[in-house]
Design a protein. Sequence first.
Length: 392
Amino acid sequence: MAVATGTEAGEAFADYLARVRAFTQEVLRPHEAALETELCVPEAIVAEMRELGLFAITLPRDWGGLGWTMEEQVLLTMEFTQASAAYRARFSTTIGLCAQVVLDYGTEAQKQRYLPEMASGRITAAFALTEEEAGSDAGSLKTRAARAGNGYRIDGSKRYITNAPDADLFVVMARTGAPQDGHAGISVFLVERETPGVSVGAPEALMGQAGSRVAEIQFDDCRVPGDALLGGQEGNGLKIALRGINHARTHVAATAVGQAIRLIEEMVAYAKGREQFGQPIAEFQAVQTMIGESQAELSAARALTLDVARRFDAGPVPFTEIACAKLFATEMVCRVADRAVQVLGGMGYMTKHAVSRLYRDVRLLRIYEGTSQIHQLNIARRVLAEGGPIHG
Ligand SMILES: Cc1cc2nc3c(=O)[nH]c(=O)nc-3n(C[C@H](O)[C@H](O)[C@H](O)COP(=O)(O)OP(=O)(O)OC[C@H]3O[C@@H](n4cnc5c(N)ncnc54)[C@H](O)[C@@H]3O)c2cc1C
């Protein structure tokens, strides 16, 4: 893998960041409008992502990764999400949700089998938690994994699973205990796509992020060996899931920042070029207010996300701070997107313009990896438990 070789030889982070910036500007952005009709990230671009090492940014070098810190991962994410967020979706489930749980909780054999394949991008992994009756209330999931011989038999279904149509591996949360065991009865399984009894539905039509492929997965009498159980231990499945989810939430906050950077860039370009009443609309204070407000909010979200990333690197996982960053940054980018449409006037409503696409794309960020309401709730619980604000 070209990039990994370069970094093994000691490529400085700044040089790698510059290469990711060039790839974003020269390859991803020019192609992004075509995603609206292609409805998938073309294999040629996925091959370039692999070559650049984008599947490797979150894993340590021992496992074929590039060994970047969370702060560096966040800076990279802020860069490549200045193009359509659908590109990020193509590798995000592999590098965040799935790779992290295998890294932290997998057996040595599971790590050997999957991590180098994930880091190279030869394996695409999808994270299968959500079900029809278990969304925000993930602990109520019903997919069942019953012991059968030396392994397990999995039955149930998952929905809204990003990359399910392209995945080679599913990280599946399923109930091994009784329903009354609650969270303690949930375990995590590594289910390979070719396993009999696994079927994936057709990609859903999405409001935005065209090119990202999201589908249902059905498990019918799906027999997996005993060593498909993550870490070889039943239980603790939601705790394990939250490890991957909190990694991903930090990246989602960075995604919101990257998308806001792009939106402000689009706003500025249009406001300077568009003339009304004999002058560029950028000269009107009402337009400047929208740009100024957006920049201030972007700066705040960027600083918060970087602060959270540094705390993540210092350990332990800063759950509440991650929730604050995810909540603030994703709400922020939707406000910025709304202003961007307004600055562009009618052009902001034309699907041919990037701003209308971005407006639809960013809406998802407030829903997945915990809705804004769930983050508000969890942050408030912690603040109330502490008896006051968390700071410092
Ligand atoms: C495009 C897309 C991709 C996704 N990818 C994945 C994936 O790869 N893997 C995966 O497992 N899941 C995935 N999801 C699922 C996503 O994580 C869930 O949609 C999300 O957690 C919300 O669950 P829900 O849709 O069932 O909404 P619900 O939980 O039904 O929520 C509906 C509304 O009720 C509110 N609500 C719920 N509970 C409370 C509460 N206690 N207090 C206050 N308000 C509450 C919510 O905030 C929301 O406004 C994806 C979803 C989408 C749309």
